[in-house]
Every structure is written in C-alpha cells, then in structure tokens.
Design a protein around this ligand. Structure first.
Ligand code: BG6
Length: 506
C-alpha cells in the first residue's frame, strides 16, 4: 500500500462520537502501520472550548478503547500531531481564525496546502461548513488540493439531496467531494468485486438465466441506543437502505467495469441504480413492509419498544425495520426479484447477500425437499466474514439421497492478513485521492429517486400500516409473505435466540 503525501486532516465535529470511536482510532491504526504521511496534522474542530492537551487526552481514550493496534509509545507519538481549534460553524470570523491556525501549523510542519476537511457534524451543517470554507478561500486549489468528506445522510429525500448537491457544487468540484459510505470500506463488500471478476466460474452464471432471486439482509440486535433523536428523523430506509444496502446491490448487480479506476466502477454502479424499477404507490403497498420494534422480554431481559426510547415520539411512525422487493430492468436482471431487509432489535447482527441459483430442470434424486436441486452462494459481509456455497451431495449408503453441504470459507482463515476497518480503508483512500469507494453525486441522486416514492407514499397514505414486531424476532411476519408468496423464504442466519450474537449457519 502506498503512503499518502504530506497533508492536513481537519475534522469538523471533533468532539462527536464518530470522531472518537472511528476516525481518530482509524488514523492511529494507519499510523501504526506506517501508512500516515511522513508529515501530517490532525486538527479537531468543534464548538467546545478545548485546548490541544485536553483534546489529545480525549482522543487517547478513544484510541485505547477502539483502535485495532495498541502501542503506548506510538500512541503518544501520534497524539503529538493532533491539535484542536474551537470553531463556530456559522461564524466567518471563526473560519478566519481557523485559516490562520491552519497556516501556522502548515508553516511549522513545512507541509503544503493539501487539506482534507472531514464533516462529521449534524447534517444541518453539510452545506454551511463548505460554504464558509469557500468564503475564506479554503476551497482554493492554487497552492494545493482541498477535499471535503461528507458523512451520511446525504439529504433527507431526493429534493433535499439535490439542494445539498447544488449548494456544494457552487464552490467545490465533484472530484473534491468524497461522500462516504462506510459499507464500501468493508473488506467483504469490496470482495464482491473480486469474487465476481477474478473467478471465471461465477460470471457466466451471474444473470437471469441461472439466478432465481437475490436476497440481502442486514440485521442488528441492538436498538437505536442513544441515537433516538437522530433515528426519529431517519428510519431504516434512509439510515441503511438508501446508502449501505443499495451500494451493495450496485456491486452485486453491476456489469464488469472496463478497469478498476474510480470512474469505471462508479459508472457501472450508477447504471444499476438508474435501472432499478421505480415504484408506484400501489407497488409500495405490495412490495414494501415497514415495522417497528415493540417492548418485549428477550432471554429474561426487558427491552424497550422503539416508541419508549429516549428522543422518540411516543406515537412515532418511524420504521426500525424495512423489507423491499424490487426489480432491475436491464438485460442481465430482467424479471429477477431482489429482496432486501434491514432492522434493529432482530435476533442477531448479520449482514449477508444470498445469490439463489435456479434449480436443476429435472430432479433425479430422492429428498427433493432438501435442496431442490438449487444452490446458494452466501456472501457474508459480517460478522464471520466469508463466502459459503451450498451444494447437494450424496448421503453415504444405499440409494441416492441428497443432502445440502457447505463449502465454507472464513476470512479469519487468512489470519496472517490483518483486516483493516472500513474507516481505515476509506480514510487512507481519501488521503491518496482515490474516490473509487466513495459514492458519486449522480449515484446518490439515483438511489434517492428509487426510494423517494416509498417515502412519499408512507408520508401521504395513512392506510399503509407499520407493523409491530417483538424484539429478538426477524421483524413483522408479513415480511415473510413478501418472499413466500413468490415460493421462497428468507434465509435465517441464526434462528436460535440462545445463539444471539453468534453466527450460526443452518
Ligand atoms: C450506520 C447507521 O450508518 O450503520 C446505524 O446509521 C447502523 O444505524 C450502522 O447501526 C451499521 O453499521 P455496521 O458497520 O455496524 O453494519
């Protein structure tokens, strides 16, 4: 891996949870692997009145708790490059002071004006900060490049996403804007590309002739935790599907790119998003299910219902579960259903994509019910990252009984290879100027275009139900019908509640 050139990383939202849990620990992990620039500074910026020393102490706690590698001496060395500047995001004077501080640090370090601005702030500041940076000419690339990284959610719906994009484009070029989606930083998500395009055996089968349907599940056993306020304005569709799961769909469904450069890959995912069939209000009734977790007792533990969580309206209609069936109208996927579901307070934490292949045209053997002559390729994104192929095998002994067995690869078997965290990978790429794993503006808009009719129908049509589901279950039962009426079932990666948190393959 290449080492990035000397530069400055400025994080707005410096005292927030993401900075402490993910960003600074990931930057330290890069430092530990000698993947930070020879000369760099990390400047935390937020409203709080902190000094460098206090901020370093706070970040030290984060590193000790959340970094993958722990080396006391290196942590202290690394922290010498961490600074803090109090900034009021709405005040130009504050930005002028920030610019002076930046200049001072760059002069001391003898680093050119190459700066990443990471926006880890509430979304209401996503247009304000870039605009104010531009007012003090910190978008100016005459003396060195400038990049902004924007966290999700990118907009609240199609209209606000367009407004945000337009406001950014007033002062920043597309190649300066990095829209981060941490799912694209996950090793196993990137491995979808390698599995598909480095093996001759999958691609010929990867189409409507051999695939029956595709299923993607992203389940979490946790609830909304301390993020009730944020989640109330978001919901599962905006929080997980608009970005993470659709990006995964993009990689699974795309055509082979002509090369691995950022534009070729992002062109292909964008084509997928454009081909997803838009839903009418009638389709929303038929093909989308939303749910909300109810208070329940799981394994003796009393769990709050969503409406009882802090920061949540007691009559809230925000979904904590969503399941969708949709089609991609192109030659590769015409007529093949895609089913995706995500939810909080489900039995376990698991994200996986299942490619269900069509069954054999004629089944010769006994025990048809066991695998029905069909195979599944399961791409386990997390936890226990890996790939599993289910195939039929003869049961030893008389007759021709068929049993489904697993060809199972676990990433952990590559134990000598350290698996970098998603943020580590994405921060390194942004420092290197590689935007392949960042969402392009047009793709974000296309993803909203697909989901906007669902959000509008949910908002306007009071007859669309939101189903309750007890914590620790796989969501509302009607979501089962979504797939069962087509003759299939969801895969339940872990049916047994006693195994909560542990991936158990059935
Ligand atoms: C975030 C969502 O983007 O992704 C959270 O806002 C969710 O609600 C999280 O819990 C899931 O990420 P991961 O990496 O744990 O699957």
């Amino acid at each position: 891996m290449r080492k990035p050139e000397n530069q400055i990383i400025l994080i707005f939202g410096a005292s927030g949870d993401l900075t402490k849990r993910k960003l600074v620990p990931s930057l330290y992990d890069l430092y530990d692997q000698n993947l930070m620039p020879d000369k760099f500074a990390i400047i935390g910026a937020s409203r709080s009145d902190l000094g460098d020393a206090n901020y370093r102490n706070e970040m030290k706690e984060g590193i000790i708790k959340f970094a993958l590698s722990q080396n006391k001496e290196k942590i202290d060395d690394f922290l010498n490059s961490v600074f803090y500047q109090s900034v009021d995001a709405k005040s130009i004077d504050s930005f002028l002071a920030l610019k002076n501080r930046l200049q001072k640090i760059m002069d001391e370090l003898q680093v050119a004006e190459k700066i990443i601005f990471y926006l880890s702030t509430p979304p209401s500041l996503y247009s304000v900060i870039p605009e104010n940076l531009a007012k003090v000419e910190l978008n100016n690339e005459q003396k060195g490049w400038k990049r902004i990284i924007i966290e999700k959610p990118f907009g609240y719906n199609l209209e606000t996403a367009k407004e945000l994009n337009a406001s950014l484009k007033l002062n920043w070029k597309e190649n300066q804007i990095y829209r981060i989606d941490h799912y694209l930083g996950k090793e196993t998500v990137q491995n979808v590309l390698v599995t598909r395009f480095s093996n001759g055996i999958f691609e010929p089968l990867w189409n409507r002739n051999y695939i029956d349907h595709i299923e993607i599940t992203s389940a979490e056993s946790i609830g909304v935790e301390k993020r009730g306020g944020y989640y109330e304005g978001s919901g599962a569709l905006r929080d997980m599907i608009q970005n993470h799961l659709l990006q995964l769909v993009g990689l699974i469904a795309m055509e082979p790119p002509s090369s691995m450069d950022s534009e070729s890959i992002r062109n292909e995912t964008e084509k997928v998003f454009q081909s997803i069939r838009k839903m009418s209000e009638k389709d929303v009734h038929k093909s989308v299910i939303r749910g909300q977790y109810l208070s329940s007792t799981v394994k003796g533990e009393k769990m709050l219902g969503y409406r009882e969580e802090n920061g949540v309206n007691p009559e809230s209609k925000t979904e904590t579960y969503a399941a969708l069936k949709f089609y991609i109208d192109n030659w590769r996927w015409g007529g093949i259903p895609f089913y995706i579901r995500t939810g909080k307070r489900l039995p376990t934490r698991v994200t996986e994509a299942v490619i269900h292949f069509k069954s054999t045209p004629h089944f010769l053997f006994q025990n048809k019910s066991i695998n029905n002559g069909s195979n599944q390729l399961i791409i386990r994104i997390q936890p226990d990252e890996g790939i599993l192929l289910k195939i039929g095998m003869k049961v030893p002994g008389g007759g021709f009984n068929v049993q489904t067995v697993n060809m199972d690869f676990h990433y952990s078997e590559l134990a000598h290879q350290r698996v970098p965290s998603a943020y580590e990978r994405l921060l390194l790429d942004s420092m290197l100027g590689d935007s392949t794993l960042f969402a392009r503006g047009d793709a974000v808009m296309s993803a909203w275009e697909f989901l906007d009719p669902v959000l509008t129908a949910w908002k306007n049509d009071k007859s669309i139900p939101i189903y309750g589901y007890p914590c620790g279950t796989w969501g509302p039962e009607v979501a089962d019908e979504l797939i069962e009426k087509d003759g299939s079932t969801w895969r339940y990666p872990c049916k047994n509640l006693a195994d909560d948190g542990i991936y158990c393959e059935l």
